[in-house]
Design a protein around this ligand. Structure first.
Ligand SMILES: *Cc1c(COP(=O)(O)O)cnc(C)c1O
Length: 454
């Protein structure tokens, strides 16, 4: 009996493959609905029994009850937070990674998978202009990437500056820096130096001024630049930040979890100038590089520094070792050990489609934001663009609406399956925001949504 679980079951395979075939063909993917806890509890009641269930029944339960209580992040009408729009190639290869139990822990165990993941990291590093020695690994998300990188920033500073345990350390951020960086700083015991922004953008001049005005500038060991704020897609003055970082010997981390993909879009590439000086850089392929969850690329300028910190039997002697790139253990470059070869879906899709297709798909999101801003100006006098789109998100307001109006409207919009658009905050005001990136989103869909606001 125990072996039955591990035997090929043609009926179950057909059931699941048929379901996946159908899911892959949804066009467009329906948005679906928020869940009702009681209904879900009733549906799940008693399911995990000693004897198990017919897979057809379990799959039906998933299809009819569970999947409908998950809002589809890959729907072209999902325009909240940051959507997900994986390519079919990436989705299919994600199944291969699962079927083959592909892990990517060490070179000894998984050289083939790691070589392919590193090829993708190399491509991203090249787009950023990082040196040939740059490298890293794929982690579960931007949060995991920011944490792993800033631990290296902290320990490198501690080591280089000979800081005593418990010495005060700070990292410069802005009020637009992502919440995961705040969480990271709490976790690693590093304080914030909050630098004011100009037009929501962190600049080198502001950082220099903040350091000059500060009573304890020597405790500042790093700076986080955001390459695409989550709210409005604003790219910080990376070149200016890099210059100040060099002057004050600060670790320069660039959080491009959302916007880093813009490196592949010629129309906005210049906004990222200065990123080539980053000590560490994070971009989430599960956001705007069309990979499935959960996939973030974490790249270090000097990966041997990360290895010295994250190798689980760490010793600072490793810092001296510049590494032989032919043997690469991804586990040494973040706080994880066991890891799925989660970079491979992106690798397969990139290899199949080529980088031009990626550039075009990213440009499509940028065009949607620009075209929507133009449409609002031309045809919707009740609406107003709050911030000119920089990447693929657009913050706008409905004149005369209070917070409650936005929330009620957003719920109606989802209930009608017209769109998933949630309100956001902007300078203390509740406003609306589109996050475009699904190439299947059309201007007709956008009009349909805007029409519900007049
Ligand atoms: C989304 C985002 C993160 C967090 O990434 P996760 O993949 O959700 O962990 C960090 N920084 C920025 C700028 C983001 O947009």
């Amino acid at each position: 009996m125990t072996q039955r679980m591990h035997q090929y079951d043609a009926r179950m395979v057909d059931l699941v493959f048929d379901y996946m075939r159908e899911r892959l063909q949804y066009d467009p993917v329906p948005l679906d609905h928020p869940g009702d806890g009681e209904r879900l509890a009733v549906a799940l009641e008693g399911l995990l029994s000693a004897g198990g269930n017919d897979p057809a029944e379990v799959l039906k339960l998933y299809d009819h009850e569970l999947s409908r209580a998950v809002i589809s992040a890959d729907s072209p009408r999902y325009l909240s937070f940051i959507p997900c729009a994986p390519t079919k190639a990436a989705l299919l290869f994600d199944m291969v990674v699962s079927c083959a139990s592909l892990q990517g822990i060490s070179w000894l165990e998984a050289a083939g998978a790691i070589a392919a993941e590193n090829q993708v990291l190399r491509l991203i590093s090249d787009r950023a202009g990082l040196p040939d020695t740059a490298g890293g690994c794929f982690v579960s998300g931007g949060s995991a990437g920011n944490l792993s990188a800033l631990v290296v920033a902290r320990d490198t500073a501690r080591h280089k500056r000979g800081l005593a345990p418990g010495a005060r350390m700070r990292i410069a951020v802005s009020d637009q820096t992502h919440s995961s960086v705040t969480n990271t700083l709490h976790i690693i015991g590093v304080e914030k130096l909050l630098v004011p922004t100009t037009g929501h953008r962190l600049t080198g001049d502001a950082l220099r001024a903040a350091l000059a005005a500060d009573g304890d500038p020597g405790s500042v060991i790093g700076v986080v630049g955001t390459a695409g704020t989550t709210n409005a897609g604003i790219v910080d003055d990376l070149a200016g930040l890099a210059e100040v970082a060099r002057e004050f010997d600060l670790w320069f981390h660039v959080d491009g979890a959302y916007g880093g993909a813009g490196l592949f879009a010629p129309s906005v590439r210049a906004k990222y100038d200065g990123i080539e000086h980053a000590d560490s850089f994070v971009v989430d392929p599960h956001k705007w590089l069309f990979a499935p969850f959960d996939c973030a690329a974490l790249i270090y300028r000097k990966p041997w520094l990360a290895k010295g910190v994250h190798t689980q039997d760490a010793s600072y002697l490793d810092v001296l070792h510049t590494g032989d790139n032919s043997e690469w253990n991804p586990t040494d470059y973040a706080y994880h050990l066991t890891r799925r070869a989660r970079g491979l879906p992106l690798w397969f899709s990139l290899a199949v489609h080529g980088t031009d297709a990626y550039g075009e798909a990213i440009e499509a999101g940028i065009a949607l934001a620009r075209d929507t801003a133009a449409l609002i100006r031309a045809e919707y006098p009740d609406l107003e663009v709050v911030h000119e789109p920089e990447l693929s998100s657009l913050v706008y307001r409905r004149r005369g609406w209070a917070a409650a109006d936005y929330y009620a409207w957003s719920q109606r919009l989802l209930a009608d399956q017209t769109g998933f658009v949630t309100p956001t905050g902007w300078e203390g005001e509740v406003v609306s925001r589109f996050a475009f990136l699904h190439p299947g989103t059309t201007m007709a869909m956008v009009r349909e949504i805007l029409d519900t606001m007049v």
